[in-house]
Structure formats: structure tokens, C-alpha cells
Design a protein. Structure first.
Lengths: 145, 268
């Protein structure tokens, strides 16, 4: 029972804390991304653009045949990332990462041909996590509470 | 579950709720160098009286001393404020049938046409999840918004009537003190282009009354009443709370820089 209570407490704390973190997008997450199409990709950072309203990073993913697919991941806004201690050098070109995310609803590539997705968080090769959080984490203001 | 265990859960939830009110600068990942880069609010600003400190790494909540006052005796509403109950709109709006139908359509489309997604103003009293900074003089209260496309509000306190300018995105705001503790802000002259929080529509008859007060050093309270004879069946009220953010300031957020989202908002 004690263990279970601990889990309940941790879950309650986690829920209440994430409920107030400033991770919102300026747009409806559900209008752009599909929460049911989750992906996890492993690859190398091609580039990071520290831009508004969302920073983006591109990841090159090689399949078993050596074919490379590039994913463009939307992450939080630079101000939200900065308040959590991250910056434009938090991901470096060529570094190996694993990214959890969601695919875009329209299924269309971006103008540069990359696969469009939204990042939930990045894990570096040494296990350290960066750019944690997604506009999916919190209800968009579309919900009346 | 025994009574004692139930009590433990209740205490844990209360602690968690308290932690949830920590200023949003708190994060396990924030480092002092980065946090320091953004500076403090400065002499006379809200950070002066606090002991908790910003960038508190989730450990300390701000010192909740008495609300500071301006030299003229009015409550100081100044500070950098983070919304504590962002998204809260006080339950369903009392919408007229046509407005309810519009809201239903917007929800069915996942709010894809929200002007905010196109980097247009969110309007009033809607806010962004990002901080606001209030600057106060006897003549004007200025609200600077980090989100909401870096917009600003000027609440004139010099006794002037409402402007003749109408169809405004952010409306026209004038304010009047009730005693020394409550600033009543009256906003009219809206257009009908913005969406209320929760995606509900309003008309250009929207009338917003916000009662600003500072119950203690660490919090700003805004009691909001919306009236709109064109879209509502009766007035609608709710309360918004902001947490004081210490040792930080507004950051840049230029929505239109790379807003490729607008080309991919497909809705349902």
C-alpha cells in the first residue's frame, strides 16, 4: 500500500506541475498534429533553427539499407526553452539523438522535403534529455474549463 | 486505504498544489547562468521585496509578504506575472444559440482558424501562457505581453472617457481605483475578430470589466466579468490568478518569424 501511495503521490505531483508549465503553442496542437501517430526516431542532428514561434530541429534517420529520411521537428518556442535553461547550442550538428514525437496530420512534407513532426523530447547519446515538452502536453485554450 | 493514509494523500496533493503555484521559471533544467542572463526586474520592481528568488529550481516558493504599495498609496500591481490558471474561463459561456453553433463548429475543426495561430492578437481578456509585465503610474497602467504577439495594453487612469476609436483588436481600456486596493478596468470598442478563451465568439458589443488587486506580494488577482448583448444571454464572470516571477523579465517572442504552422492547420 505504501508503494502504491507513493506512486499516486508522484503521479499527482507530476500532473499538477505539468499543468502549469509554459509549454503552450500559439496554435491548436490537434489542428496540426495527430496525437495518435506517435513516433520514436534515432538519428543525427542536421541543424537547429532557434526561431519563433517554435524552434525547429532536423534529424537525419538512416534505415537498414542506408536510405536517409529527414525529419523536421517542431519544439517549444525559444522563450519557453530558454526559461528551462536550453539554448541554440543545446543540440549540435552531427550529434546522435533519439526523438519522441507526433506526426503532422496533413502528412505533407515541409518545403525542403523533410517529414513534418512535433517533438515531445530529445534524448542524447549519453542519456541526457533536452528540449522536453510539447504543445501536446497541455490542453490548448480551445477547451473551456 | 486507512484514514492516516488518506490523510497522507491529501497532504501530498496539497503540497503538489502549492508547488504548482511556484513561478514558472522553476525547472530542473534551468541553470543559474542562463537564468541570470535575463536579469532581475530592477530597483523598485517586484523582485525587491522577495526572498524566494526566481529560477528557484522548484525548491522555493516566493515569499508571500504583504502587497507592496506605490508612493501614492495605491496597491502596486507592478511585476512580471505568470498565469497560474491559464486556460480557465469559468465554465461554459452563456452563449446565444448562434454563438453556441459557431463555438461547436470551431471545436469540430480543432480551432484551426483561431487568429492566434496566424500570429494575430488573442484580444482581451484572453491571454497567452507566457508572462506579462505591468508598469504602473498614477496616470496609466501598461500591460506588456510576452506572448499574444508582443502586444500591449494601455489602461488610462487620468479620468478620460473611452476613446472614439472603435473596432479595436485589444479594445480601449480606462481604469478607476476603488479605494487603494482595487483597480477597476473597463474595456470596450472591440472588433469581433478575436476569439475568447475556449474558442467562443464575441461581437463588437463585448464589454470587459477587470478588477485588479494584489492580495499579497506573490500574486495578482483579476476578477473578470464579460458582457456581450450580441453573443451572451447574461454576464459571465471568472477569476484569474497570476504568480509573481522574480529575478526575470520578459523575453523576446516574435510570432511571425517562422510561422509555418498556419500552412499545416488542417483541423479534424
Amino acid at each position: 500500500m505504501r508503494l502504491r501511495l507513493g506512486a499516486v503521490t508522484v503521479a499527482a505531483c507530476a500532473f499538477l506541475l505539468t499543468a502549469v508549465l509554459p509549454v503552450m503553442a500559439h496554435h491548436s496542437f490537434q489542428a496540426e498534429y495527430d496525437a495518435t501517430k506517435t513516433i520514436t526516431v534515432k538519428g543525427t542532428i542536421q541543424k537547429l533553427e532557434w526561431v519563433n514561434p517554435h524552434a525547429y530541429f532536423w534529424v537525419d534517420v538512416k534505415d537498414a539499407n542506408g536510405k536517409v529520411t529527414t525529419y523536421a521537428f517542431e519544439t517549444l518556442s525559444p522563450n519557453a526553452l530558454a526559461r528551462q535553461g536550453w539554448n541554440r547550442n543545446s543540440l549540435k550538428k552531427g550529434e546522435e539523438v533519439t526523438v519522441d514525437g507526433y506526426l503532422a496530420k496533413d502528412g505533407k512534407p515541409l518545403a525542403d522535403g523533410s517529414t513534418h513532426a512535433n517533438s515531445k523530447g530529445v534524448t542524447r547519446a549519453d542519456g541526457r534529455k533536452v528540449f522536453q515538452g510539447s504543445s501536446a502536453d497541455e490542453a490548448y485554450t480551445g477547451s473551456t474549463k | 486505504m486507512t484514514k492516516r493514509e488518506a490523510g497522507s494523500v491529501a497532504i501530498a496533493l496539497a503540497v503538489a498544489a502549492g508547488m504548482a503555484l511556484i513561478p514558472l521559471t522553476s525547472s530542473a533544467q534551468s541553470d543559474p547562468a542562463t537564468t541570470g542572463k535575463f536579469g532581475s526586474v530592477g530597483p523598485g520592481g517586484p523582485g525587491k521585496g522577495g526572498k524566494g528568488g526566481g529560477g528557484s529550481k522548484g525548491k522555493a516558493s516566493p515569499s508571500l509578504g504583504p502587497a507592496p504599495r506605490m508612493p501614492d498609496g495605491k496597491a502596486s500591481l507592478q511585476g512580471v506575472w505568470s498565469p497560474a490558471n491559464f486556460g480557465f474561463t469559468g465554465g461554459p459561456y452563456p452563449l446565444q444559440p448562434w454563438a453556441q453553433e459557431v463555438l461547436n463548429q470551431r471545436r469540430a475543426n480543432q480551432s484551426k482558424d483561431d487568429p492566434e495561430g496566424y500570429c494575430l492578437p488573442a484580444g482581451v481578456p484572453r491571454i497567452s501562457p507566457f508572462p506579462q509585465k505591468t508598469i504602473q503610474t498614477p496616470e496609466v497602467l501598461v500591460i506588456l505581453e510576452e506572448g499574444n504577439i508582443h502586444s500591449y495594453r494601455q489602461v488610462f487612469l487620468d479620468g478620460r472617457p473611452h476613446s472614439k476609436e472603435d473596432q479595436l483588436w485589444m479594445g480601449d481600456s480606462i481604469g478607476k481605483w476603488e479605494g487603494n486596493d482595487v483597480l477597476v478596468v473597463d474595456t470596450t470598442n472591440f472588433n469581433d475578430k478575436t476569439w475568447l478563451g475556449g474558442s467562443a465568439p464575441h461581437t463588437d458589443q463585448l464589454h470587459v470589466v477587470e478588477r485588479f488587486s494584489r492580495p499579497d506580494l506573490g500574486h495578482l488577482q483579476v476578477d473578470i466579468t464579460l458582457e456581450d448583448p450580441g453573443a451572451f444571454t447574461k454576464p459571465h464572470s471568472f477569476q484569474r490568478i497570476f504568480n509573481l516571477m522574480q529575478n526575470t523579465d520578459l523575453l523576446e517572442y516574435v510570432c511571425n518569424e517562422f510561422n509555418i504552422d498556419k500552412d499545416h492547420l488542417v483541423g479534424r
